[in-house]
Design a protein around this ligand. Sequence first.
Ligand SMILES: Nc1ncnc2c1ncn2[C@@H]1O[C@H](COP(=O)(O)OP(=O)(O)OP(=O)(O)O)[C@@H](O)[C@H]1O
Ligand SMILES: [Mg+2]
Length: 406
Amino acid sequence: MADFHIAALDIGTARARAVIADQLDDGSLIARGIADVASDGLEKSLIVDFPVACDVVRNAIAAAEDDAQLKISDVYLVLSHPDVRPAVQTGTVHITNPSGEVTEADIDAAAEAARQARLPPDRTVIHSIAQDFSVDGHEGILDPRGMSGNVLRHRMLILHGDTTALDNRVRCAASAQVNVLDSAFGGLCAALAALSPAQKAAGAVVIDLGAGSTSFVVYANRSLVHAGSLGIGGNHLTNDLAWGLRLSFRQAEQLKLEYGSALPRARDEHRSVSLEADGAFPARMVRLSDAHAILHARMDELLRWVRSQVDAVGALHRIGGGLVLTGGGARLDSADKLAGRLFNAPCVVGRPAGIAGLSGEAAGPAFASVCGMLRYAAMQQPGPPRRRGWRRWFDRLLGANGEPVT
Ligand SMILES: Nc1ncnc2c1ncn2[C@@H]1O[C@H](COP(=O)(O)OP(=O)(O)OP(=O)(O)O)[C@@H](O)[C@H]1O
Ligand SMILES: [Mg+2]
């Protein structure tokens, strides 16, 4: 018998997804209701038509409720956001215990000091994630409890985003008459769903390729060292095809989905495919080598941007666990091969793990974020999700001191 249900919602530029899962007594999750509906009202992962986006959210939640045969009152919300940025902050405290032993209270005090990020008023902290510690200048300590010393320094990665855009995303979700219990950065959610503990320990990069934005997270030295997002995604690939080959967006999307590749394909060098007319755009024959060259150029540019971000924190040669691609864009043929070449690392398409009952699309890379969000919620101790203390627990899970994710 299910103890209770957890629901997660991801409002994407192309699709809105909601998953309702039963959490059993042993903490495991079984998907019970799944919704994957066409989205509207967003551009580059930002809400540009609020009423339309609210309709999409209502549709997604209603579809998941119908599928699950139950009504929900609470959701956990994925933040797929185009300009999430990191800031590393350090908090310093003198160890108070007379024996000089580092206690939980010292760690909390150092974390609190680090969290006092000086951000502009238009930026909101999404996460403050433990990275590592130093005790009296000895660096790279993952957990200092029980060690002795005088001065404790705690390094945290603060992820922040545009205040108005984040608030409006929460308001949009709440417009469906549900409480938004908490929210989390989509890149982190994707990592939680699709990254194995071994990959995380060895260092890894997760890249979520959405329609309107691309998010990434970087683990190295057993902690989260970098994360961010950019308002470029699969829609840009489609637009490039449309502009370059004089097609409608719809024709270009069909071309990408059915015949696309991020690398040229020898077998398609002289092959052309036909596309049906779409309104004012006539039926066309298109050379696949042209389409692949256009898709390659944009995907290459996007992945190089992520690589430059990874390189900027010195992590390019510390990702022994390789690359994991998630999001719908990960399904583009050879995207994984191209990424593997650019990063000189193994690359796989990530699928959501740890939730039973997923099949078809829901078991694929586009569901990684929403499923990762569910796993966050479920990993709290058994019992209904509680608001208090959640965020702190959440951020520890994501960072250096997190529980192993299986
Ligand atoms: N088989 C495929 N080949 C190439 N691209 C694909 C394929 N399947 C889906 N896509 C692309 O993936 C993108 C949608 O991905 P996803 O559903 O993760 O985005 P989203 O969550 O709606 O958007 P975002 O998170 O960026 O706001 C679209 O650009 C779509 O064209
Ligand atoms: Mg998305």
